[in-house]
Write a protein that binds this ligand. Structure first.
Ligand SMILES: Nc1ncnc2c1ncn2[C@@H]1O[C@H](COP(=O)(O)OP(=O)(O)O)[C@@H](O)[C@H]1O
Ligand code: SF4
Ligand SMILES: [Mg+2]
Length: 349
C-alpha cells in the first residue's frame, strides 16, 4: 500500500485561499484571478466551470506556479498535503526551487489543453515521460521503460512498445494529448488538475481517459480538479462545482444542487447555454453580451452589465461577498444578501 492510500485525513488535500494572479500590462492590470478560494478532499473530484476568459486556466497554472511572462501571483495560499503527509503552502515556494520541482509531477500535476507545449521536440516521448520517474523515484531504467509502456497503453496508445521511442512530431495531435496525460499521471500524483483535458479527443478516447482517471482515483486516492465546458463530465465525475466569472468564484455547491437549484443569475444563464442532462441542445439559449475586460475592472458585480436582475445603485456600487445559502451552497449576489466583499491591500490597485 502506498503512503497516500494509508493516510486518511479530514484536512483537504488542497486548500486555496485568496488567490490573486494579475498580469501587469502596459495599459493596466489584468486581474485574471481576483480572490479565489477552493478546496479538494482526498479522492474527491471537483469541477471548475465558466465561460472562456474567466480565469480557470490561470487558476490552474497558479497552483503549480507555472504562470509566466507578465503574470504574477500577488496574494493567496495553496496548502497541499504531500505524499508523506506534510503540509506545504505551494505559493510560498520559489517557482524554480528543488522543492517546487518535486511537488510538480510527484504530488501535483496539470493536464493542459495544449499538448504541443508540454513536450520538447528533441527527445522521444518515452524519454520525457520516463524523466518524471527518474526525477521522482529510484526505479531502474528497465523498470521505468516497463512502467512507461504500461501507462502509454492505459491512455489508449496502441503499440506502446514501439511508440515509446518516437518523437513528439511523429505522433498525431490526439496521440500527443494522450502521451501528455500519461506524463501527468505516471508518478501517481496526489492531485491532478485537468484543464479541459479531453476537449480535443474523440468521444471513445475521452471516455477511456476519464475511466483511467477514475481507476487511479480508486486505486490511489487521487484528487482531481476538472476544468471543463462539458456538463456531462461534470454530472458524471465531480461531487462539487465552482462557477467562475471574471476572476472570481460566483457560486459553489454540490453537483446535484448546481443543476437543480442554481442561485446566481450567471450560473442560471450558463446552465441554459450549455448542453447537459437537464438541457437538450434544442433548448439552449445564448448568454447575451460577453465577459467584460479584466483590465482594471470597476468595483462592482462582474455580471452587472449582463444580468437581468441587476439593481442600479446596488450591484454597481460594490462587489458582493460570497454569501452562504446553506452549508453546501454559496453564491456571490446582492439578491441573496447586501453583504459586500471586504476591501484588501490589493483592491486599490
Ligand atoms: N499570458 C497572458 N498574458 C496576458 N493575459 C493573459 C495571459 N493568459 C491569460 N490571460 C488573461 O487572463 C484572463 C483569464 O484567462 P484564462 O485563465 O486563460 O481563462 P479561461 O481558462 O477561464 O478561459 C483572460 O482575460 C485572459 O485574456
Ligand atoms: S449582484 Fe446584482 S448584477 Fe450581480 S448577479 Fe446579483 S443581481 Fe445580478
Ligand atoms: Mg482555459
Amino acid at each position: 500500500m502506498t503512503p497516500s492510500a494509508s493516510l486518511k485525513s479530514t484536512e483537504p488535500r488542497l486548500k486555496v485561499e485568496g488567490l490573486k494572479t494579475y498580469f501587469f500590462l502596459d495599459h493596466g492590470i489584468l486581474k485574471a484571478v481576483d480572490g479565489v478560494d477552493f478546496h479538494v478532499g482526498e479522492a474527491e473530484s471537483v469541477g471548475i466551470i465558466g465561460e472562456s476568459g474567466c480565469g480557470k486556466s490561470i487558476t490552474a497554472q497558479s497552483m503549480l506556479q507555472l504562470v509566466r511572462g507578465r503574470g504574477q501571483i500577488v496574494a493567496g495560499h495553496a496548502v497541499l498535503r504531500r505524499k508523506q503527509g506534510e503540509m506545504v503552502d505551494i505559493l510560498s515556494l520559489d517557482p524554480d526551487s528543488a522543492e517546487m520541482r518535486s511537488v510538480r509531477g510527484d504530488d501535483a500535476s496539470i493536464i493542459f489543453q495544449e499538448p504541443m507545449t508540454s513536450f520538447s521536440p528533441v527527445h522521444t516521448i518515452g524519454f520525457q515521460i520516463g524523466e518524471m520517474l527518474r526525477l521522482h523515484t529510484k526505479l531502474s531504467e528497465a523498470q521505468i521503460r516497463e512502467r512507461v509502456i504500461a501507462m502509454l497503453g492505459r491512455v489508449g496508445i496502441s503499440n506502446p512498445e514501439v511508440r515509446i521511442d518516437e518523437y513528439p512530431h511523429q505522433l498525431s495531435g490526439g496521440m500527443r494529448q494522450r502521451a501528455m496525460i500519461a506524463m501527468a499521471l505516471i508518478c501517481h500524483p496526489q492531485i491532478v488538475i485537468a484543464d479541459e483535458p479531453t476537449t480535443a479527443l474523440d468521444v471513445t478516447i475521452q471516455a477511456q481517459i476519464l475511466d483511467l482517471m477514475r481507476d487511479l482515483q480508486d486505486e490511489l486516492g487521487m484528487s482531481i480538479v476538472y476544468i471543463t465546458h462539458n456538463m456531462a463530465v461534470v454530472a458524471e465525475n465531480v461531487s462539487r462545482v465552482y462557477v467562475m466569472y471574471l476572476g472570481r468564484v460566483v457560486e459553489t455547491t454540490t453537483t446535484e444542487r448546481l443543476f437543480k437549484d442554481p442561485k446566481h443569475p450567471y450560473t442560471q444563464k450558463l446552465l441554459r447555454s450549455i448542453p447537459h442532462p437537464g438541457r437538450p441542445v434544442e433548448r439552449l439559449e445564448v448568454i447575451e453580451g460577453s465577459v467584460p475586460s479584466a483590465v482594471d475592472p470597476p468595483r462592482r458585480c462582474g455580471f452587472f452589465t449582463r444580468c437581468p436582475s441587476a439593481m442600479a445603485g446596488v450591484c454597481d456600487a460594490a462587489i458582493p461577498a460570497l454569501t452562504k445559502v446553506d452549508d453546501e451552497h454559496w453564491a456571490r449576489c446582492f439578491l441573496l444578501s447586501d453583504e459586500k466583499e471586504a476591501e484588501d491591500e490589493w483592491s486599490s490597485l
